[in-house]
Design a protein around this ligand. Structure first.
Ligand code: 13P
Length: 251
């Protein structure tokens, strides 16, 4: 059966010294009963790796380039991440799509490059507020899933986690209701079934992200197609993140 994955997306927060402290506090949790990942800024990866050594916490990054190497100023390759000890990488986060020109095409290219180097991908999809209000959420998600996963095999999908993150719920304190989140996560699973077959659909972890916190995590995770969370703000607070991990561990 599929894994429950609770992942913290630190976004552009914490210096290396701060990262060491936060990662250490998260790793000190001795009640981890699900897969836990922290996705830190690139420059924090070394410090975080040392702080979580020997614990149940896994290391993740927040983006990866599609090329092996070359003239791509400011970018980071999959091989670089792999050598640092990164296991997971977020691809296609809505903040990258909104602010940094990420498209479904580049998301697809980054995903393939990461998988080819043995990284696990947390692929983010989600609709904007305007799209939800227009009633086109299902169309948007369908298009993103089909484009972002184009050309992948069922074998490769074993290393892909999907994160459903409605853009209107990110950093706003507005959370999708558990029914809204479940509806889209179930849609994603049905799309995976069409694309890769029933087994892949049943085995793929689908997270919810968007103002998930210590108070609402258990409720969201009680839904059948929500297999974890991708957490921003609350992942920077060890006690809150521990409460979300506890909810994931109880599922
Ligand atoms: P918040 O939990 O801060 O809303 O962020 C969610 C998110 O974007 C995780 O990737």
């Amino acid at each position: 059966m599929r894994k429950i994955v609770i992942a913290g997306n630190w976004k552009m927060n914490k210096t290396p010294a701060e990262a060491r402290e936060l990662a250490g506090a998260i790793a000190a949790n001795d009640k981890i009963g699900c897969e836990v990942v922290i996705c830190t800024p690139f420059v924090d990866l070394f410090a975080a790796k040392e702080a979580i050594a020997g614990s149940k916490v896994h290391l993740g990054a927040q983006n990866v380039h599609w090329a092996e190497s070359g003239a791509f100023t400011g970018e980071i390759s999959a091989a670089m991440l792999k050598e640092v000890g990164v296991e997971y990488v977020i691809v296609g986060h809505s903040e990258r799509r909104q602010y940094f020109g990420e498209t479904d095409e580049t998301v697809n290219a980054r995903t393939k490059a990461a998988l080819a180097k043995g990284l696990k991908v947390i692929l983010c999809v989600g609709e904007s507020l305007e799209q939800r209000q227009k009633g086109v959420t299902a169309d948007v998600i369908t298009s993103q899933i089909r484009s972002d996963l184009a050309g992948l095999t069922a074998q490769e999908m074993k290393d892909v986690v999907i994160a459903y993150e409605p853009v209107w719920a990110i950093g706003t304190g507005l959370t999708a209701t558990k029914e809204q989140a479940q509806e889209v996560c179930a849609l994603i699973r049905s799309l995976l079934k069409d694309l890769f077959g029933a087994e892949t659909a049943a085995d793929t972890t689908i997270q919810y992200g968007g103002s998930m916190n210590a108070g609402n995590a258990a409720d969201l995770l009680s839904m059948p197609d929500i297999d974890g969370g991708l957490i921003g703000g609350a992942s920077l607070k060890p006690a809150d993140f521990a409460a979300i991990i506890a909810a994931g561990s109880a599922k």
